[in-house]
Ligand binder design. Structure first.
Ligand code: FAD
Length: 386
């Protein structure tokens, strides 16, 4: 047995570290100063999209063959983490570009990949993912949106709910029922373009957090799309939708991780500067122990996420429960850490003069989307009891 004397095992590569430094520099410079304003205005940050696109951080996961950077899953998680550290809304640009395109990357035809991935890599289009409906959230297979083959087209009718970046994205991966008698095996996936006839976007949800990322219903009213825009074979759409989540739940973990790290960094700065009883509050052991827990739990989440991302990249078995664990653990940590950060700030933490209340509101969604944490725990238990 020979061991590597440099001990390169179990650490990020120099390229990953350099990528982190580059994204952090851009986020500190262009995104963090805008985060409070984005939250308050509830406007999608086109300036951030432009900055991310210029630096090629908007969709790093797209393979080189389609004009992308071809970044691995760990690298893409790092990009999302670092953007989320500054602004959770903005981190949904790279995160949802990955979520929307992953069904095509996993199951789409070569022709479809060329058609729809290339504009995303070039920064000319964004991509959303449409699985949920009002009456089919956790029970997504109970969806009602229908797609019927008509000549050279598929015709879609129905409504998808809660679609992140709706109205901003040009493309939407839409799961719809093609065979109502076949249950989950009667669901197919399609790519719909915003200019397809019969497609429209509903009004924006008024949300607790991630306010700079629009969440809307999307409607299909006899929406006809070319037959070539089906993703994979008819009946494989639900399988593709779940396989996608195996790759992207860990990226929601990365988003949660970034939010938690942002709250820790803000807390450290505040604890050193704020004085009570004639000394910095950082001197109080009661707060030091809180901070130690925040750091220790966040670092545990980080290691789980990178390990899940490495598993995804290598195509190793067990990704389903690993990625669900990374998402559920990191989002629970982010909620706890941001709540504790508000506590560490005292009254100031409860105001919009400091970023931690925004981080606490933003953290909450990471426990809800891409499967609530109850559903993720069900996924984990099912896999390990199999
Ligand atoms: C801001 C935002 C953005 C979103 N973005 C997208 C998107 O881009 N694309 C998309 O397709 N969807 C998106 N969603 C939808 C999201 O994935 C769903 O909201 C989520 O899956 C939960 O579904 P639901 O809201 O219908 O809750 P419900 O399914 O009604 O759940 C209600 C409660 O019941 C619990 N529950 C349900 N079933 C079980 C069970 N079997 N055992 C134990 N507990 C259970 C849930 O955990 C939850 O606490 C988004 C949602 C939000 C709020």
């Amino acid at each position: 047995m020979a061991f590597d004397p440099d001990f390169a095992t179990y650490r990020l590569t120099d390229e990953h570290q350099m990528l982190r430094a580059a994204v952090r520099e851009l986020a500190d410079d262009k995104i963090a100063p805008r985060a409070a304003e984005i939250d308050q205005s509830s406007e999608f940050p086109y300036d951030v999209l432009e900055a991310l696109t210029k630096a090629d951080f908007h969709a790093t996961h797209i393979p080189v063959a389609y004009g992308g950077l071809g970044a691995d899953s760990v690298a893409t998680a790092i990009v999302i983490e670092e953007v989320a550290r500054a602004c959770a809304s903005s981190s949904l640009i790279p995160a949802v570009n990955k979520l929307g395109t992953m069904p095509v990357i996993l199951s789409g035809s070569e022709e479809l990949k060329k058609e729809v991935l290339t504009p995303v890599a070039a920064g000319e289009a964004m991509f959303s993912y449409a699985l949920s409906e009002r009456e089919a959230g956790s029970d997504a297979a109970a969806m009602r949106t229908r797609a019927v083959a008509e000549g050279d087209s598929w015709v879609l009718n129905g409504t998808k709910a809660w679609i992140t970046n709706a109205g901003v994205s040009s493309y939407y991966t839409v799961m719809a029922v093609t065979d109502p008698s076949a249950g989950a095996k009667g669901i197919s996936a399609f790519v719909v373009h915003k200019d397809d006839p019969g497609f429209s976007v509903g009004s924006k949800e008024r949300k607790l957090g991630i306010k700079g990322s629009p969440t809307c219903e999307i409607h299909f009213d006899n929406c006809a799309i070319p037959a070539s825009r089906i993703v994979g074979e008819p009946g494989t759409g639900f399988k593709t939708a779940l396989a996608t989540l195996d790759h992207t739940r860990l990226t929601i973990g990365a988003q949660a991780l970034g939010i938690a790290q942002g709250a820790i960094d803000a807390s450290i700065a505040y604890m050193k500067q704020r004085q009570q009883f004639g000394r910095p509050i950082a001197d109080f052991q009661g707060l030091q122990f809180m901070l130690a827990d925040m750091v220790m739990q966040t670092e545990a989440a980080r290691q789980l996420i990178y390990a899940a991302a490495a598993k995804a990249e290598r195509g190793e078995p067990g990704l389903t429960w690993y990625s669900a664990s990374a998402k559920a653990f990191a989002s629970d940590v982010a909620m706890k850490v941001t709540t504790d950060a508000v506590q560490l700030f005292g009254g100031a933490g409860y105001t919009q003069d400091f970023p931690v209340e925004r981080m606490m509101r933003d953290a909450k969604i990471t426990q809800i989307y891409e499967g609530t944490n109850q559903i993720n725990r069900m996924v984990i238990a099912r896999q390990i009891l199999k």
